[in-house]
Design a protein around this ligand. Structure first.
Ligand code: NAG
Ligand code: NAG
Ligand code: NAG
Ligand code: NAG
Length: 258
């Protein structure tokens, strides 16, 4: 008798757990209803870069070079989608030598395009990408990046810039935006004459005045903590594993009873 109750308890917990994980999985794509007005599937990149974090300087460059339209079109109108690496404002402030100061408009445009891949990649996809050798960016041709997957941390190497994906800013159906702590400088523009050992870089340099690099007048708004938007999936994963633990605990409790 008692064991039946326990079995029932186990089954109901299992049922709750599985139904809630199904909910989590389906929550993303709204159930197709005959409603005439579809929710906007596209991401508004201007909005995202204005409000998601301190990406004002990056946004300024994207706007002044019109690359923003290119990216938005790619996100809107292609099934390939887009992956964007957004340097935060601090990344531009750190940029001293070389800097973007003397670049022509064409070169600036290439640097902006260099911060995107013409395909939507999830974080997990980078493991495969890391085995495929240099990956051509949106800038095309010799503008490539090398990716390394270091047990879940995605390292990015442009030759000049070695950085990593520090957070996932947004991932809709066709646009993935990841934050990086450095501006990606392509060898195709800055050459291969990379000074050796820029290694002991991460000394906590106090942020000084905003550099002249910023095209935006208000580019200097310094906000100290690089706000890292946590990907909501990590929450899902942790709450799921909590459920698993609970199920496990109940099962063991049942065993002890029998
Ligand atoms: C995108 O967001 C910006 C900033 O919030 C807004 O000004 C603009 O109208 C939006 N564009 C579209 C197409 O919704
Ligand atoms: C992207 O799609 C939105 C919604 O349809 C539209 O308002 C916006 O103008 C489009 N932007 C581009 C660059 O195609
Ligand atoms: C930009 O060009 C000026 C004049 O040609 C030069 O003095 C300066 O060092 C250059 N700056 C950078 C960052 O290359
Ligand atoms: C990327 O890796 C290849 C070797 O796989 C190397 O030849 C190339 O120089 C690297 N490029 C960058 C930008 O680090």
């Amino acid at each position: 008798m008692g064991s039946r109750i326990i079995l029932f308890a186990i089954f109901s917990v299992l049922a709750i757990a599985s139904s809630s994980s199904v909910n989590a999985a389906t929550a993303k794509s709204p159930i197709s209803s005959p409603a005439p007005a579809p929710a906007p599937e596209y991401v508004n990149l201007t909005h995202l870069f204005s409000f998601a974090g301190p990406y004002k300087i990056f946004l300024g460059y994207l706007e002044s070079t019109k690359v923003l339209d290119t990216f938005q079109n790619q996100a809107n109108d292609t099934t390939e989608g887009i992956t964007i690496f957004a340097p935060n404002d601090a990344a531009f402030s750190k940029l001293k030598n070389p800097s973007l100061a003397n670049l022509t408009q064409d070169q600036l445009r290439s640097v902006c395009l260099y911060h995107a891949l013409a395909h939507y990649y999830t974080l997990a996809d980078f493991q495969k990408l890391s085995q495929s050798g240099p990956v051509t960016t949106f800038a095309g041709g010799q503008y490539s990046l090398n990716f390394t997957d270091n047990s879940g941390t995605v390292l990015i190497d442009s030759g000049w810039s070695k950085t990593k994906i520090s957070s996932s800013v947004s991932a809709t159906d066709r646009a993935a935006v990841y934050e990086v702590n450095k501006v990606l400088l392509p060898e195709a523009i800055f050459g291969t004459d990379i000074p050796p050992t820029s290694a002991p870089a991460p000394a906590p340099t106090p942020e000084t005045a905003p550099t002249a690099d910023s095209p935006a007048a208000d580019g200097g708004s310094k906000s100290a903590p690089a706000s890292s938007t946590k990907p909501s999936s990590s929450f899902k994963i942790s709450s799921l594993s909590a459920l698993t633990h609970l199920v496990f605990a109940v099962a063991i409790g049942g065993f002890l009873f029998l």
